[in-house]
Ligand binder design. Sequence first.
Ligand code: NAG
Ligand code: NAG
Ligand code: NAG
Ligand code: NAG
Ligand code: NAG
Ligand code: NAG
Length: 893
Amino acid sequence: MLAHFRLRDVIQLLGLGCLVLNRSPIAAARVVEGRDQETPTSGRQVIKLDTDWRFWHSFENPDGIAYDQLKAYILPGANDFIADPSDHHKRPSSEPNITVRYADNKFDDSDWETVKVPHDWAIKGPFYIGDDVPVGGGMGRLPVQGVGWYRRKIIIEPSDTDKEIYLDIDGAMSYAIVWLNGRLLGGWPYGYNSFRLDLTPHLVAGKDNQLAIRLDNPTQSSRWYPGGGLYRNVWLTKVDKTHVGQSGTYITTEGVSSSSATLNLAVTVENKADVKRDIHVSTDVYKFNPETGKMGRKVASFPRAAVSVSPGQNVDSSSSTIVKNPQLWGVWTSQKKPNMYIAVTELRTGGNGKVIDTYETRFGIRTFDLSSKGLLVNGERVRIQGVNQHHDLGALGAAFNVRAAERQLEILRDLGVNAVRTSHNPPAPELLDLLDQKGFLVMDEIFDSWEIQKNPNDFHLIFPEWHEADLRSFIRRDRNHPSIYSWSVGNEVGEQYTEAGGTAVAQGLVDIAHDTDPTRPVTASLNYAKPNMTFPTAFDVISLNYQGEGIRDTPAYSHLSGITTYPLYTAFHEAFPDKLIEGSETASALSSRGTYIFPVVDVNSAPINDTSGGNSTSMQVSAYELYSADYGASADKVFAGQDPYSFVAGEFVWTGFDYIGEPTPYYDARSSYSGIVDLAGFPKDRYYLYQSRWRPDLQTAHILPHWTWPDRLGEVTPVHVFSSADEAELFLNGKSQGRLVREQYSYRFRWDKVVYAPGELRVVTYKNGKVWAKASVQTVGNASRLRLAADRSSIRADGDDLAYITVEVVDSKGRVVPNASNEITFDVAGAGELVATDNGDPADFTVFPSKQRKAYSGLALAIVRAKAGKRGPIIITASGANLKTAQVVVKTR
Ligand SMILES: *[C@@H]1O[C@H](CO)[C@@H](O)[C@H](O)[C@H]1NC(C)=O
Ligand SMILES: *[C@@H]1O[C@H](CO)[C@@H](O)[C@H](O)[C@H]1NC(C)=O
Ligand SMILES: *[C@@H]1O[C@H](CO)[C@@H](O)[C@H](O)[C@H]1NC(C)=O
Ligand SMILES: *[C@@H]1O[C@H](CO)[C@@H](O)[C@H](O)[C@H]1NC(C)=O
Ligand SMILES: *[C@@H]1O[C@H](CO)[C@@H](O)[C@H](O)[C@H]1NC(C)=O
Ligand SMILES: *[C@@H]1O[C@H](CO)[C@@H](O)[C@H](O)[C@H]1NC(C)=O
């Protein structure tokens, strides 16, 4: 079995022959921005279809169409990702006998909204409030449901007529069906996957080619906010009839050392011409700087190969080369640079040697060893300090934006995160590029359900017909990313409960994944399956959700109903002594930033109810960071459950950021409570608990709660401190409250008997007897003014780049007023526009695009976008009643 994976031992395999693979969208984008314009003869043009879309949405089915009725025309699009030809789908010989007016070229869409893609139709709201609503808390109370139509014209130059022209969609939510000039082309139901359609046969020269895309979002289809629409990038790819196929390169490495690495490359050459073509394939490898997009020196060339490709066929060309003294990709926390390379593949015609296609593949050279010793990256153990991340970008919804994703990663890096699990679906391709570039590890996950449903309308409905195509296309798209150390084919699936039947489904998925990418291990997360069951035997890696630290196993949780699970790290290690074991979901600790509820439990982890840790009326959870979901645990309990066992490879916390939907424990709210960081991107107190653990060399000390409690005079008000120190002494108004030594398996300093008096709390921490870090909090005065800060002083005037503006409500001395909830009005003038506002409060139903937003625990956020092509300053003003107005200027470039 593949229990002990060694990338360096894997040689070129993959005998599948005619693969059609996906391109790398960022590499393609680079072609648009640079290379192709300089070398127009290279034959490949990739155009972002972002502007000029017409959009219309209806909550009712406006056209009477149903996926099931048209699926015979859609399923053939899966054939390129189905290994057994006898399972291929055949398009019916006659066209569907329906009239679709919204797909008709003559349909007048002039009164439809003009939108820019990526676009999420639901994020502007309004929120559904109350019980009897079409979309409840689980899916985020936003109007995701219904049918959305997108229409756009495509211009075809006379010089394009001998080209192959593809539509590449990075993600469309959901059940996409695509028409061109009134003809049904195909589609893809799973909203998180990328897919390609060939437009060529139905295009006409000129600008009158009408594209029409129908999306259909069922209610009860997701456990979280899915978003709706063309929420990722859409591309038009124009290539020679003979070209590198979809995701048509696959690079693996072997024999990696500091002096040498062997690269194996497979290039899929696809021929859509009606004649046989003789093609020369050549690939040069260069150093690559992903931050600047610049190529460095050439480091290797693959031997040139000749292939002969019959009409309508794909042929794989495989070759190997050696890179001397490779600069390895590494994880940022081990102080290794995430070095990257780029392979530039050229196809030339056999006759005149003209370059007919140029295709770029970014990759990295590194080794991963996964075993019961943990994860070794380039031979060095790297502890997985991971978080689970949902795909939404807070107030921007599901609409992908590179800067929004980059900001999330910057915040996560600051707190010490080095790994991301893409819970529970394929991410935007650009996110993987960012993760490569910034040196994160990735568990790339595809499904939340298989045959057994979690919701009546979720993926289980299409699993039988689509799972193979979805899984293969996902892995082919992503397999050149050096950051991905593991595939995950499922999350907490119902098949765990069915033993033999479920194990067979699991094994089928694992086999497909191994076949598509033999270099990486495959896992699925287990929140129920036990070491003595067959289900876990299907996987290369043991990924435990909550079972490692134990579920409802301590006295504080004993009054709850539900399964009790005693901590299982040891039992799994004994049952699978060679396999890597990780916590794929840990904690589900819950809190509302800056909200503290009394009394405070004296244990290190407790569930939430109205007498302890929570308030179901205000829908707030105490930020003492001791409270969790009923099935979860505080961070402290999770750490104590891991630290005795050196074989535990690390964890993925549920979650890094708060996300829209799944607002456990208050389903009347709009967004989650589990984030280390709130929905707006503001750190909760827990941020400093993880930072103290994950960046032990950083001199940290963080005090909670705030110290402005006029109603608590004389009352016991516990004070806790998160620090990477081993001793700490707390002072209230100069008087020591005691010096504490941090005990083994204890992760905070707590003074639980402090009696509140206004003034100053000060902590001095020590490490190895020496002063390490100090912190203080003070009782503050009334709110007096606003203070603004931008995350960056200048942004690109490209219509996509964003500035994140934080507003703080402060007293006359400039100290943040910790419970301020003043209403703030934002005004944006000059070269930018306001996109959305937020404050991180899971119970705030003000719509995200609103220019008015209440502060929450003293803070609010405005997201500002630069207008395309408009130079000059962006002036952001924030004002509020009885508060001094504030202004900040962001430059554009
Ligand atoms: C239209 O096609 C469906 C099957 O796709 C069939 O059931 C129906 O009878 C057809 N209707 C007509 C009028 O041909
Ligand atoms: C697994 O072990 C538990 C006790 O830990 C036992 O109750 C259960 O019956 C066992 N299941 C199987 C399938 O052997
Ligand atoms: C609330 O939770 C605490 C433990 O955190 C528990 O002792 C108490 O019984 C719970 N109250 C109710 C009403 O369930
Ligand atoms: C819970 O919140 C509500 C609404 O803010 C408030 O009126 C109530 O006093 C709170 N309950 C407790 C026990 O603090
Ligand atoms: C804060 O404002 C309240 C009235 O809103 C007032 O009673 C109090 O004196 C003010 N406190 C300070 C420190 O100015
Ligand atoms: C903030 O705290 C002050 C002092 O306890 C109190 O007067 C005020 O009502 C609080 N404001 C909010 C929004 O809770």
